[in-house]
Every structure is written in C-alpha cells, then in structure tokens.
Design a protein around this ligand. Structure first.
Ligand code: MG
Length: 292
C-alpha cells in the first residue's frame, strides 16, 4: 500500500531543484504507528481493552508506571500473540529529580523500579518531568541546577540502557513547567545529559506553545524524539472532538520526513461515546497522515 502511494505521488515532472529530497520521498512510506493509553481505552478488563485496540489496527499500548513492577507478567501474557507492542510508560514515580529534600531519594528508588519493569515489558521508555512548577522544595532554577539535572539524567539514562529502555523527557507548557515547555528544550537537555538512554517527546496538547509543530519535531530529530502524545487541541479530548482545531498535519509532515519509528499515543479525555469517537479519531489521523 505504501509502495503504491509512493509511485502515485512520485514528482516525475518537477525540476530537479524543486524535487523533494530523498528523505522526503522516504517519508511518504513512513507508517503512522498509533497507540492508546490504558485509561483512554474502553473495556472492563485488560483483554477487552487490547481486543478493542486490535480491532482498530492500533499497534501500541501505553500504561502508567505506578505499580508496573507488579504487572509485568499480566502485561506480557496479555500481549502474547497480538500485533500490539508496549509504547512508553507514563511516569508513576514518587518525588521528583530536582527535589532538595528526601523526595529526591524517593524519586531515585521508584523511578529505577519503573525503569526495570519498563525494560521487562519491552517499553521504549519511561516518561518524566524533572519538576512541575508547584513542586517544592525544588532546586533553584540556575545554571548549577541545569548542570546537576544533566548529571543526574546521565546516570538515569545509563541505568535505563542497562535495562534496554530509556528515560523520556516530556516538555509541558509554561503553566506546568516553565523551563521545559518546547520540544527543543527537552531535546537540548537530553543532548547535554550525554547518554543515549535520555530521550524526549512531544505532546500535541502541550505543543500549543510551539510556533511550529514541524520545527519542534525536526529540532528533536530521530536522535532524541522517542515518543509522541496526542489529544484534541481545544479541550484535550479525543482528536476530532474539537473539530477544525484538530489539525496535526504540520507535525505529521515532520514525523514522516524524519521516518519517525515511534508511537503517536492517545493521552486525552473523552466527551462523546468512547468507542465511536476513538474509531473516528483513528480514521481522522490516518487521513491527515496521508495528507501531511
Ligand atoms: Mg503528555
């Protein structure tokens, strides 16, 4: 199917200087890998949720990190024989990495437990925010603190690599995390942490602060971009529930050009009938991906 699309779209009559670059041509073949968070997915049991995901041809599943160590067998068994892989693990640790008190110790202990479990369920990484605006007592926002953050992330990233997974920084917005609100911010911190186990992600909801979704993803590139979250762009519901606001094509174009191999994962509320709006959303995103 993708091959046929490429053949149809091949710009054989364009001047050489106008022709898309090789990477862009490759981009048309990049598949859209969709993923649902557990809480977004309808179903009373894990099996029912995975059945629903599979029925839509969605191939990723994302869970919270809290209690993950006790769910490794449950999740591994539930995924057996299905065309569904684990996506990222969403936070779930106690404390925070920039805490000035014992919350830092609690972060270290619980985050490492989650990283170990994430590796066992073959997750691409554990999502984290270094500190939300309101978390106290927090190290002051100085250059020393940034250096400290990079050093601590380096250790965490190396630990994650030993467990065949990564740590994924999630930029938010100025109301929640003023110092890491752009995808490029998170990518730069990941780079400076100097560990291949430290990555970043973009969340279309928080990316309202970006001036360009395309530039945001390109700034991270495939070296750092490990995961993507998506929601409707007006009220953080299921994509499509905010009508024309829910245009993701600018960001999708970057993901396609990058050959982004990761997931675009639903992290959102829901206003309508869950099964109906999720089914429609999958269709909408596949259409926008084609158009991007
Ligand atoms: Mg998110």
């Amino acid at each position: 199917m993708a091959g046929a699309a490429t053949a149809t779209l091949a710009p054989t009559t364009l001047l050489a200087s106008c022709a898309p670059k090789q990477e862009a041509k490759k981009g048309t073949d990049t598949p859209l890998n969709l993923c649902f968070q557990e809480g977004v997915t309808p179903g009373d049991t894990l099996q029912e949720k995975l059945d629903f995901i599979e029925s839509l041809g969605v191939t990723g599943f994302e869970v919270g990190g809290r209690g993950l160590a006790g769910r490794v067998d449950e999740i591994t068994n539930a995924l057996k024989g299905r065309n569904i892989r684990m996506g990222a693990i969403c936070a779930g640790f106690d404390g925070f990495i920039l805490a000035e008190d014992e919350q830092k110790d609690r972060f270290d202990t619980t985050m490492r437990e989650i990283i170990e479990a994430a590796g066992k369920v073959n997750s691409c990484g554990v999502i984290m925010v270094p500190a939300f605006n309101g978390q106290t007592p927090c190290r002051p926002h100085t250059m020393d603190t940034r250096n400290y953050l990079c050093e601590e992330l380096h250790k965490l990233g190396e630990f994650a690599l030993e467990n065949n997974t990564t740590v994924i920084l999630e930029p938010l917005n100025r109301g929640e995390c003023f110092y890491m609100r752009l995808v490029a911010d998170a990518a730069a911190i990941a780079r400076d942490a100097d560990s291949k186990g430290v990555k970043c992600m973009g969340d279309f909801w928080h990316m309202k602060e970006e001036t360009s979704d395309y530039a945001a993803f390109m700034a991270a590139g495939t070296e750092y971009l490990q995961h993507v979250h998506i929601a409707s762009r007006g009220r953080r519901l299921v994509p499509g529930e905010d009508g024309e606001k829910d245009d993701y094509r600018d960001g999708f174009r970057a993901l396609k050009e990058l050959g982004y191999p990761g997931f675009v994962s639903f992290e959102c509320g829901c206003e309508g009938d869950r099964k109906t709006v999720l089914t429609n959303a999958v269709q909408l995103l596949r259409q926008q991906w084609e158009e991007a």
